[in-house]
Design a binder for this molecule. Sequence first.
Ligand code: C2E
Ligand code: MG
Ligand code: MG
Ligand code: MG
Length: 280
Amino acid sequence: RVKAEGRNGWCFFKPEMDEQLQRRLEMEQDLKRALADNQFQLYFQPLLNLDTQEITSFEALLRWHHPVRGMVSPAEFIPVAEESGLIGPLGEWVLKTACNAAATWSQPWRIAVNISPLQFRHKSLPVLVKKALKAAGLPASRLELEITESVLLENEKQNLSILTQIRDMGVRIAMDDFGTGYSSLSYLRAFPFDKIKIDQSFVRDLPHDRDALSIIRAITDMAQSLGVRITAEGVETQAQMDALKELGCHEAQGYLIGRPAPGIEAYCPEVMTVTKTVAA
Ligand code: C2E
Ligand code: MG
Ligand code: MG
Ligand code: MG
């Protein structure tokens, strides 16, 4: 496992690791060029309010079009970007590009941006957020940052202060992938999250799996009393969506509602008309 070995973990070497290591080193080299060569693109996936059946926001999901390998999954390249320090400039690009995109939308949908825990370590995140909003002319209330609990696992005091500064600007903060990792309930007391996103691994087993049902019920009960909104990720079937609504989830995201796509035109009739006119 290349990742588990970490930066200084190369004490021994097996031939079968050679290929994996090679691929990783190549990816790191390629990533360094990718930003300058415009190989990154943001896709957008809608989030649906289960009470009003209206779109509330879109999550920005990063895509890398590798010149030879084609589309590389963020699950593969984000860890490499994190280990090589490239997540700094890359994360900054995502933040700017996402805010710029949202500023062009005809509806006041929010834009949700994933932030790596490592982005808390380098340049001042509150400053970068403020700059991105200002450059785009986007109100802070239309930006939501998705973080994972690992942000609160290390440098807890410092990261809490960073999060508080950002939230005081009016930006919303969501906890992503809830239910994976440690998911200590104390994190929810430590910081006033606006939203919790229940990981898709729980949603997958709905509507029949009793354990998944009771875990989601426990999360929604707790969220209700804390006044936190609950989004379910990875909703693929109507039966899952019905169960989630029944359980008290406020919002859903998943292929059932819409797959990540390079634009939001499908949700925006006016823009579609303009596109058609231009094309005609
Ligand atoms: P995430 O933030 O939890 O994003 C949700 C992931 O679930 C996305 O995968 C999305 O395409 C996928 N998904 C959405 N609906 C469904 C569904 O109904 N079924 C299934 N099976 N999957 C669904 P994606 O785009 O491959 O991204 C994977 C992860 O990479 C993200 O998980 C996030 O942690 C990370 N990531 C993506 N973009 C960025 C970024 O700009 N910055 C950072 N730091 N991380 C990012
Ligand atoms: Mg996310
Ligand atoms: Mg997630
Ligand atoms: Mg995830």
